[in-house]
Structures are given as C-alpha cells and as structure tokens.
Design a binder for this molecule. Structure first.
Ligand code: 5RP
Length: 220
C-alpha cells in the first residue's frame, strides 16, 4: 500500500466517529482531504462542518457540505485532522500546511480529537519534523532569535502567509522531550500566535494506518 492508500484508509475509518445530525470540526492537509471526500458520501447525516483553514472550507463547499462559523456554534462533538508527527502520548506536531492556529482553535472547541495518520508519522520523541510557529510579521526576527536560544534552528517558511496574515517559522533540530512545557514556553514569546505542538490538548484517539490495517489508540 502506498502512503495515500494508508491515508485514505484512516480517513474512511474516522467516519465511524462522526455523530448523526451534528456539526463537526474538519482539519487541513492531504489526510484531512481524504476525510472530506468520505464525509461527502455521508453529508446527509451531518448538519455541517467548521473548517480549520480556507483551503478545507473551499473543499467542503465543493462537496456541498454546509459550513459554519465557529462563533455561531456552541461546541463541536468531534474534530478530525491529520498530523505531521504523533508520539505515544498522542501529542502531535502540526502545521506542515500552515493551518496550525485555526487547527488548535477548532480542536479546543471540540469534545473529541480524532487524529488520522499513516504509520510514518508515529515517533517516539517529537521534533524530527521541523516545528512550525505562527508569528506576527513585525516580530519575525525577535521570535527567531528566541527560538534559536531554545536550541533550535529557525527558518522562515518562504512565500507562505497564513490564513490569519502571519508568517511561519519552522524550527529544525529540536528534540521535544517535554512537549507541554515547550508548547507553553514558545506560546509565551511576544509575537508568537501559536506553535505546532499539540500537547496541552493532545488527540483523544489516534487512527494509524499501516500495512496491517488501521490501528486505534486511545488514552482517554
Ligand atoms: C496542516 C496540518 C496537517 O494536519 C499536517 O501537515 C499533516 O498533513 P498531511 O495529512 O498532508 O500529511 O497540520 O497544517
């Protein structure tokens, strides 16, 4: 099976977590795109979706899935999204698609986070994937210096402006042994909107696609 087939399989498995008649949170990226395709096949069973990016909103629209503004809903029962890395505690690095801030917001509004990944994303220690940090443009160099002081190698993602009008700094070379602490520490830097560590609010369920099938991990 190639990576796309594994992504499609986990996206399909995530449909079982979609409750009838509700508004659900939908993530961003190639795995989330497979989920949106699957969701289209059951669109009559849901009320609609809140998207974590303009790109996913556009896809949901194309599939005729009603879109809601997060401010108009009280809460979401489930959020389904991919990740760039996930560890054994279901902490993640996200933001490879530059949507980390809206992803973190929609995840925070959701009772259950279902993470869908192919097996290549599973790591023991987060940090092999460069950590994305969304930064207000005027603070770019200030934040970059702060991130270097943490021991990483910050690199501005060229040509990328987020849906919120900000820049992304990718931090290479981190070994993230205490994800929740580092998440809070980086978020405390003036100019940082948020960073791509999802440890303060990790996933509740991980659906991991491998050659032997879809494995379900749930810690809560
Ligand atoms: C986007 C994300 C994605 O979930 C992450 O990059 C994984 O993407 P893919 O499913 O394409 O491998 O965090 O900001």
């Amino acid at each position: 099976m190639d990576q796309n087939e594994l992504k499609r399989a986990v996206a399909q498995a995530a449909l079982a977590y979609v409750p009838e008649g509700q508004i659900i949170g939908v993530g961003t990226g190639s795995t989330a795109n497979f989920f949106i395709e699957g969701l289209a096949s059951i669109r009559d069973r849901i009320r609609g979706a809140v998207a974590s990016s303009e790109a996913s909103a556009q896809r949901l629209r194309v599939h005729g899935i009603p879109l809601f503004d997060l401010n108009d809903v009280e809460g979401l029962s489930v959020y389904v999204d991919g990740a760039d890395e996930v560890d054994g505690g279901l902490c993640m690095i996200k933001g490879g698609g530059a949507a980390l801030t809206r992803e973190k917001i929609v995840a925070a509004a959701s009772s259950k986070f279902v993470c869908i990944c192919d097996a290549s994303k599973r790591v023991d220690v987060l940090g092999r994937f460069p950590l994305p940090v969304e930064v207000i443009p005027m603070a770019r160099e200030l934040v970059a210096r702060g991130l270097a002081e943490l021991g990483g190698r910050p690199k501005v993602r060229e040509g990328v402006i987020t849906d919120n009008g900000n820049v992304i700094i990718d931090v290479h070379g981190l070994s993230i042994t205490a994800p929740a602490e580092l998440e809070a520490r980086i978020n405390n830097m003036p100019g940082v909107v948020t960073n791509g560590i999802f440890a303060l609010r990790p996933a509740d369920v991980l659906l991991l696609g491998s050659e032997s099938g879809v494995q379900t991990l749930s810690l809560r």
